[in-house]
Ligand binder design. Structure first.
Ligand SMILES: CC(C)(COP(=O)(O)OP(=O)(O)OC[C@H]1O[C@@H](n2cnc3c(N)ncnc32)[C@H](O)[C@@H]1OP(=O)(O)O)[C@@H](O)C(=O)NCCC(=O)NCCS
Length: 174
């Protein structure tokens, strides 16, 4: 399996991958979010990675920029969405995409990465709900709102509400 940054020509495959992985109820909304974010100027800078196996795209992860209201400057991201093709799930593809993305963001000098997801899955890759950054809307499951620090102690004094890209700011995604 190989991981590379996605290109413009991958958009349709990325849409289909999310639609299929997330299934009938959520699929279309998540797939639309993924491609909208890829061309959303308010999401920049972004990091969009695909995992390929036998030249087929089998996974996609997207990190888009966020800011936090009380911070003068931050270099921070949110992970959303992440999907792995059904026939490749449970083989480490999702974990590899997360870890590769985190390393690339660290190399860019990023401070932290937020995620809204299943704690059981994201705890494994270093995310934690122990922080003081508020989501844009009140959540039914606050424990699913997690962060990973990419520079030591950078989160210690971070307080405030996150501001995401326009495409991700709609309440349906929360
Ligand atoms: C969730 C998803 C991205 C995980 O990717 P993956 O490549 O299958 O996961 P990995 O192989 O890296 O990790 C597998 C491990 O995570 C666990 N896992 C997978 N999905 C999980 C989930 N939704 N919740 C909790 N644990 C999960 C597996 O049980 C497995 O654990 P084990 O190693 O102890 O057996 C993938 O299953 C997927 O695309 N699902 C549909 C879309 C989706 O729900 N995305 C949500 C991302 S927030």
């Amino acid at each position: 399996m190989q991981i590379r940054e996605s290109s413009e020509g991958d958009k349709e495959t990325i849409f289909n991958l999310h639609q299929s992985a997330f299934g009938e109820v959520e699929g279309r909304a998540v797939a639309t979010l993924a491609v909208d974010l890829l061309s959303d100027k308010t999401a920049l800078p972004i990091l969009s990675l695909v995992a390929e196996s036998d030249s087929e795209i089998v996974g996609h992860i997207l990190f888009t920029s966020v800011s936090v209201s009380d911070l003068d400057a931050s270099n921070a991201y949110i992970l959303a969405p992440l999907a792995v093709a059904h026939n490749m799930q449970g083989k480490g593809v999702g974990t590899a995409l997360i870890n590769d993305g985190i390393e690339k963001l660290r190399a860019r000098g990023a401070d932290f990465v937020l995620v809204l997801g299943d704690p059981k899955y994201y705890h494994r890759t270093g995310f934690s709900a122990e922080h003081h950054i508020k989501p844009p809307y009140q959540l039914d499951y606050p424990e699913a709102w997690m962060v990973q620090e990419l520079r030591t102690d950078v989160l210690k004094d971070v307080r405030g509400t996150v501001q995401c890209a326009k495409s991700l700011s709609s309440p349906e995604h929360w």
